[in-house]
Design a protein around this ligand. Structure first.
Ligand code: ATP
Ligand code: MG
Length: 469
């Protein structure tokens, strides 16, 4: 196995085969029109030009415009240094330590991120506390193209000539529908294994085919993925769950060793002879989550909390491994199963992805209560103790997803349930004290066959908040 990304010798990384002749695509030969760019992005580009600098639209923005999609954001690169950018844009700030990025602020909370052209990726750097001299990091347009991940993400749209500049064959790959790593895929994956997730992400979103050499290297290097920092992996997975294309993402992962590398506990389903059933259930669940995210608009933003998304991701596994919601769980059995589930989730999902304790608690609570709802019959018969809980509506939504996963027709989860900003977790801002569901013996829950979560005011998911004074 190759060295973890921390051990990279940056001097050997991404040897750029320079000089490379760029292909320049004129406006009549590409579909990008200036009017498609945000007003604010144009303002930044023209201000750069007027000050004598180069300004390029880069990355996902160029890719999406090329494909006729509306980009999520417009990232800009320039030959101006961060200090020069700060002087040029007074309403800006610098973020990042090694690779300083300038954020330019506009009315309506609009932010445009401007970066100086670089010679290498921020993810190839190493050494806690190491701060590279700026002349070590800034680069030419060519170098910037070669430090990027996919050919289709390495194009520049130049505002002055309205041309697309292509050093890596990205335009041809866009036209032919191919996902290809820039450079040697094996080397690029070893230096930053997260790029493998970016390959499947963009294959899933575009429906493009993965180039054979990239695919082969991905198979070979997939084991290196878990060398990445757990929080980075968690954020990447969340990005896919929230992309509106989580079903094709999971299908792509399942077609490679990445799936079991990320979620080895899904092997429990394979061993139980339930591989296909669990995959089918998960893909149906993710299709419904995609339907919700595809309805997202600026006026009606969708928000689903990460613990709900993770509970949905784990559901088909929990169904096989913990017999949820199949078995009816009462009294001590409920508590025992809850604590086994919580421990397993903690070890097998929480640790590899650095899931916050509160989220782990919530994932387990949502999953265990599938059994409560399943055996209660219709909604009228749902137990009162559960109806009183703040998480009851989410339990019902997850149960609907479970039914959909089983191919049982429900009207579908109401999309409106997911509109709105992120709801703050009750108790947020205060110190959270975990009350074990097993230890809690409040009079309201004892002896009634219900779980013993806190019934205190503000008590949720067996947690209660303790405000700092
Ligand atoms: P999205 O639509 O999800 O924003 P994106 O391609 O713009 O897609 P970002 O994460 O915003 O993705 O990254 C912006 C650009 O930075 C990418 O298009 C790519 O050129 C480059 N990039 C991002 N991550 C890496 C990486 N790990 N290695 C090399 N280049 C990267
Ligand atoms: Mg982007």
């Amino acid at each position: 196995m190759a060295n973890p990304p921390q051990d990279i010798d940056i001097n050997t990384e991404d040897i750029t085969p320079l000089p490379v002749q760029a292909t320049i695509i004129s406006e009549s030969e590409h579909p990008i029109r200036e009017q498609q760019l945000d007003r604010e992005a144009l303002k930044v580009l023209y201000r750069l030009r007027d000050a004598g600098f180069k300004g390029y639209l880069v990355g996902g923005g160029v890719r999406d415009l090329f494909l006729g999609k509306k980009p999520k954001d417009f990232d800009i690169s320039t030959d101006a240094r961060p200090g020069q950018l700060r002087r040029l844009f007074r309403n800006s700030r610098t973020i990042g330590r090694r690779f300083r990025l300038v954020q330019v602020f506009f009315r309506g909370n609009k932010i445009i991120e401007v970066s100086t052209l670089r010679s290498r990726s921020e993810f190839e750097e190493d050494g806690e506390g190491e701060l590279l001299a700026s002349n070590n990091t800034f680069g030419t347009l060519e170098e910037d193209a070669f430090r990027r991940d996919l050919t289709i993400n390495s194009l520049f749209y130049e505002i002055e000539s309205r041309t697309v500049i292509d050093y890596v064959g990205g335009v041809e790959d866009l036209n032919r529908g191919i996902i290809r790593m820039v450079g040697d895929p094996g080397q690029r994956f070893s230096h930053d294994p997260v790029r493998m997730l970016r390959v499947v992400r963009h294959a899933a979103r575009t429906g493009f085919a993965i180039d054979p050499a990239t695919f082969e290297a991905l198979q070979e290097h997939s084991g290196e993925l878990m060398l990445c920092p757990p929080s980075r992996l968690r954020d990447e997975i969340l990005k896919d769950l929230r992309s509106g294309a989580s079903k094709p993402w999971a299908e792509q992962c399942m077609a490679t060793p990445l799936w079991l590398t990320l979620f080895p506990f899904y092997q429990d389903c394979d061993q139980a002879g339930r591989k296909e059933a669990a995959q089918l259930a998960l893909l149906r669940i993710l299709a419904e989550i995609d339907r919700v995210y595809q309805s997202d608009t600026q006026e009606q933003p969708v928000h689903i909390d990460e613990y709900f998304l993770f509970a949905a991701l784990l559901l088909p596994w929990a169904e096989v491994h913990f017999k949820l919601p199949g078995e009816r769980l009462r009294g001590p059995q409920f508590h025992e199963r809850f604590s086994a589930l919580r421990d397993d989730i903690g070890q097998r999902f929480g640790t590899p992805f650095n899931i916050p304790r509160m989220a782990k608690e919530r994932i387990s609570t949502l999953l265990i209560n599938l059994s409560t709802l399943h055996h209660a019959g219709n909604a009228k018969e749902h137990p009162k103790w559960l109806k009183r809980k703040s998480y009851y509506p989410e339990c019902k939504r997850l149960y609907d997803l479970y039914l959909l996963g089983r191919g049982i027709s429900v009207t579908g989860i109401a999309i409106e349930d997911f509109f709105g900003p992120a709801a703050p977790m009750r108790g947020e801002g205060g110190k959270v004290e975990v009350i074990s569901a097993v230890q809690e013996t409040s009079s309201s829950s004892r002896g009634r066959g219900g779980p013993a979560f806190s019934n205190k005011k503000n008590g949720i998911f067996g947690l209660r908040s303790k405000r700092h004074s």
